[in-house]
Design a protein around this ligand. Structure first.
Ligand code: FAD
Length: 279
C-alpha cells in the first residue's frame, strides 16, 4: 500500500485506482493523463509487459468512459533494448488508442533520444491524423528548430522546461535562460500551431503568458500539471474554463518517483513532513 505522503503524488498502484482517480478529477472538470511508472528497461520482457499494460489501460479508460489520455516513456517500452522493440510497442499502443479514441502522449527523455522520439511521433501523427502527442523540452537549444518541423504535423505538442541534466554545449542550464527559452517557444507555438499547445508547467508566469498568447492568437491550448503539484491552481484554471490535464503517474514503482518529487522542491518536502507530523 502507498503511504499517505507518497499518495499525494501518484494515482494509486493499479490501473483501476488510476482510472478511479481520473473519474474524480473529471467531476471537477480536470482531464487525466495516465502514466504507468517505469523506465529504462534493458530487457524485452518488462518493456513488452508495460506496453501490454498500456493497451489494457486504454481499454479500461474507454470502458469506464473517463476523460483520460495516456503518456508513455520511450525507454519504458523498449528504446533501451532496440529501436525496433520501441517502434513495435509504440505501434501497438497507438493502434489501441486510435481504436478506443484515447489520446497517446510520448514523453521525452534525455537528448540522446530526441531524434528517435520525434521521428516516431511524426510517423504516428501522420498515420493517425493526430491522435498522438509528443513532449519537447525548452532547455534543449535544438527545440526551437524542432518546433518548426512539428508545427505543420497533426497531433499535439507539450512544451516543458526539461527534467534532465543536459550538457551545457547543447542546453540552457541557467534557470533564467530556460525560462526565456520556454517563453520564446511558447510564443512560436501559439503563433504557428493550429492543433493547440500543451503547456506542461506549474510556473504561474508561464501559465499566465500562455493565457495572454491565447487571447492574442486564439490558438487552443491546455495546461498540464502533475498530480500533487499546485492542485488548487489546476481546479481554479479548470473552473475558469481553461482545459486542464493532470498528469497522473501510477503503479508499483512509486517510491523512486516520490523521492524525485521531494528532491525537486523543498515545498514538497515540507508538505510531506506536515503529512507525517499531522498523521
Ligand atoms: P519550475 O521552473 O520548476 O518552477 C517555476 C515555478 O512554478 C516555481 O517558482 C513555483 O512558483 C511553481 N512550482 C513549480 N513546482 C512547484 C511545486 N512543486 N509546488 C508549488 N509550486 C511549484 N520533463 C521532461 O523532460 N520530459 C517530459 O516528458 C515531461 N513531461 C511532463 C509532463 C507534465 C504534465 C509536467 C507538468 C512536467 C513534465 N516534465 C517533463 C517535467 C518538466 O520538464 C519540469 O522539470 C517540471 O515541470 C518543472 O518545471 P516547471 O515549469 O513546472 O516549474
Amino acid at each position: 500500500m502507498i503511504p499517505p505522503i507518497a499518495n499525494n503524488f501518484v494515482a494509486g498502484e493499479t490501473a483501476e485506482e488510476a482510472v478511479d482517480h481520473v473519474a474524480s478529477l473529471n467531476r471537477r472538470d480536470v482531464s487525466g493523463i495516465l502514466n504507468l511508472l517505469g523506465e529504462h528497461y534493458t530487457e524485452r520482457a518488462p518493456a513488452d509487459a508495460d506496453a501490454d499494460a498500456y493497451v489494457s489501460l486504454i481499454e479500461d479508460i474507454a470502458a469506464r468512459d473517463v476523460d483520460a489520455a495516456v503518456s508513455v516513456k520511450p525507454s519504458q517500452i523498449g528504446l533501451d533494448v532496440s529501436e525496433a522493440v520501441f517502434a513495435e510497442n509504440l505501434s501497438r499502443i497507438v493502434e489501441a488508442g486510435s481504436a478506443a479514441d484515447v489520446f497517446v502522449w510520448i514523453d521525452m527523455e534525455d537528448h540522446e533520444t530526441t531524434d528517435v522520439t520525434l521521428d516516431a511521433f511524426e510517423t504516428h501523427a501522420r498515420e493517425t491524423d493526430g491522435t498522438v502527442g509528443v513532449c519537447v523540452q525548452a532547455n534543449l537549444e535544438r527545440t526551437r528548430t524542432d518546433l518548426e518541423r512539428l508545427a505543420p504535423l497533426p497531433g499535439k505538442v507539450r512544451l516543458v522546461k526539461g527534467a534532465y541534466d543536459e550538457p551545457p554545449a547543447i542546453a540552457h542550464t541557467e534557470k533564467s535562460a530556460v525560462d526565456a527559452a520556454y517563453r520564446d517557444c511558447l510564443e512560436y507555438m501559439f503563433a504557428s500551431f493550429e492543433d493547440g499547445v500543451g503547456v506542461g508547467s506549474h510556473d504561474p508566469a508561464m501559465v499566465s503568458h500562455a493565457k495572454s498568447l491565447h487571447e492574442e492568437h486564439g490558438t487552443p491550448y491546455e495546461v498540464q500539471m502533475l498530480t500533487g503539484v499546485r492542485e488548487s491552481a489546476q481546479f481554479e484554471l479548470a473552473a475558469e474554463g481553461i482545459p486542464v490535464y493532470q498528469y497522473a503517474p501510477y503503479g508499483t514503482k512509486w517510491l523512486s518517483y516520490f523521492y524525485r518529487r521531494i528532491r525537486e522542491r523543498k515545498e514538497n518536502a515540507l508538505f510531506a513532513l506536515r503529512a507525517v507530523v499531522g498523521s
